[in-house]
Design a protein around this ligand. Structure first.
Ligand SMILES: [Zn+2]
Length: 251
């Protein structure tokens, strides 16, 4: 096959692929939101789209569905460029997406969120859909801390502090973007943001009052020591981990 992305294929090739055993569709669920002065608003969507492409190649017999580009980003709205869906709309988009997919013979539909704000809503809507849809098995990787653990464990290995690696547009996300789309990173604007301990209290502040309550420039972490080399390693570790998790789900 020339491509594993259904959006680049025609319906006949998709049908043929399903008949040949490509029974799993994997979909990234990203966001369009501010990522500090140095990263583009497409960051989460771009990382998720690239990750899912790699996951699909690793698990085999699977195709990549169109990435859901806009997610739940209400807490970033005070920064220009952020576009958000309400939780209700987000769940409706995922529901309609899943209902469309049930018509064509896929056996498994897997959603992979690449933006923290999507995890809870995605888990809730998937649980609803599990009861509702009978023709296709629906899954999601919705353990935010499992996802973050993979990033953190490599940050520590690479000699970076957790505060620096950051929860948003810090060292790890910037490294990922340097590896995936270096031309979109503004290297002359790598400025630290909130670099204190990031605990449940900070998460609460962000979701209640918005990102500006914690960081003026929209960054949680310090991107200055980010590198494409480390970004490639973060990417491989995430892709390996998620491919294993997806294989476990569907088998
Ligand atoms: Zn992000």
């Amino acid at each position: 096959m020339k491509t594993i992305r259904t959006e680049e294929m025609n319906w006949q090739d998709i049908q043929e692929a399903i008949q040949k055993g490509y029974k799993t569709l994997v979909v990234a669920v990203g966001s369009i939101e501010q990522h500090g002065p140095h990263l583009p608003t497409i960051t989460d969507t771009l990382i998720g789209d690239s990750l899912v492409n790699e996951i699909v190649k690793k698990i085999g017999n699977a195709l990549q569905g169109p990435t859901i580009r806009i997610g739940c980003s209400k807490h970033h709205l005070s920064f220009p460029g952020t576009i958000t869906l309400s939780t209700e709309t987000f769940k409706a988009v995922v529901t309609d997406y899943a209902e469309s997919v049930t018509k064509h013979g896929f056996e498994n539909l897997v959603f992979i969120p690449s933006h923290g704000g999507n995890f809870v809503a995605l888990e809730e809507v998937i649980n609803d859909l599990k009861k509702k849809l009978t023709d296709v098995e629906i899954f999601g990787y919705t353990d935010l801390y499992g996802f973050l653990d993979i990033l953190t464990s490599y940050s520590i290995e690479a000699g970076k502090t957790q505060e620096e690696a950051g929860a948003h547009a810090g060292e790890n996300e910037t490294s990922l973007m340097l590896a995936l789309a270096e031309e979109l990173v503004m290297k002359d604007r790598l400025i630290p943001g909130f670099i204190e301990k990031f605990t449940e209290k900070e998460v609460e502040i962000i979701f209640e009052k918005g990102m500006k309550a914690l960081t003026d420039n929209g960054v949680l972490g310090d991107p200055r020591r980010a590198s494409a080399k480390d970004g490639k390693i973060y990417f491989e570790k995430l892709a390996d981990f998620l491919a294993t998790e997806v294989s476990k789900m569907i088998n």
